[in-house]
Design a protein around this ligand. Structure first.
Ligand SMILES: [Mg+2]
Length: 245
């Protein structure tokens, strides 16, 4: 049962925020999203008042997060936890479990398939490959079939997995997810010992919710849909209003 209104934010908590669909509204393509000065200021204020215990948890690479939040360089988990920048600034990267040549082979196959399908977008994230169909939702089933059919090229044995999301299907290395990312942050200062809060809107955030629930923290799902989160907010605007409180 999802209770409606989450408890008021407290400065002694540790915060984990998804970006797209949680703090930022979706745009036609991932590159087209805009971060307002208001949001930058809001996050900077939270980061200071929570003693630095604020981490951005995204499917985007960290370089992309830094492009959106110029000069912020907050703790962050990128590529669903495959890369992580700790509070002290050091970045760790999960090593790709398959040869670059195989990744390139799959990338080429996807690029060729996308070429003849307007509205389908291939995003090469380096360690992961994502097919976006936000501009052509009817191509969703095709995109999922394509990703599943190419997964064996990246190796069976669960070395890679399919990560589904809103109008996106992604092939990414297994072993890390946003839940693992939360656990890693929670072992380190300034997160350690605090009550964790996770806010997210998509399937990849459910891993974060599960870990934070286990730690007795606050989990907030943004928007409709099935979730293990204990609270819910309707949209990005409501998340920002909640943070401003
Ligand atoms: Mg999201």
């Amino acid at each position: 049962m999802t209770r409606r209104k989450p408890p008021t934010p407290r400065r002694e908590w540790a915060y984990f925020f998804d970006l797209d669909g949680t703090l930022i509204d979706f745009a036609a393509t991932p590159a087209a999203v805009r971060v307002s000065e208001d949001l930058r200021l809001l996050l900077t204020r939270m980061y200071r008042s929570a003693g630095g215990a604020v981490a951005l948890m995204s499917g985007r690479p960290i370089a992309d997060i830094d492009r959106l939040f110029r000069n912020a360089r907050m703790p962050a988990a990128g590529l669903h936890g495959l890369e992580r920048r700790a509070a002290r600034g050091t970045v760790t990267r999960h090593r790709p479990p398959v040869p670059a040549a195989r990744m390139e082979r799959v990338r080429r196959r996807l690029a060729a398939a996308v070429n003849g399908k307007p509205g389908l977008l291939l995003e090469n994230k380096g360690l992961a490959l994502a097919l976006h169909y936000r501009r052509a939702p009817r191509l969703g089933a095709y995109a999922h079939r394509l990703a599943r059919s190419l997964l064996p090229v990246l190796g069976g044995n669960g070395r890679f997995c399919i990560q589904r999301g809103k109008y996106v299907v992604e092939m990414r290395p297994s072993g890390k997810d946003k839940g693992v990312g939360v656990e890693e942050f929670m072992r380190e200062a300034p997160f350690r010992g605090r009550l964790p809060v996770f806010v997210g809107d998509d399937a990849t955030d459910e891993f974060g919710f599960a870990v934070v629930n286990r730690l007795g923290g606050v989990t907030i799902k943004v928007g409709p849909g099935k979730t293990v989160a204990r609270w819910r907010l309707p949209d990005v605007r409501a998340v920002r209003a909640w943070l401003a409180s």
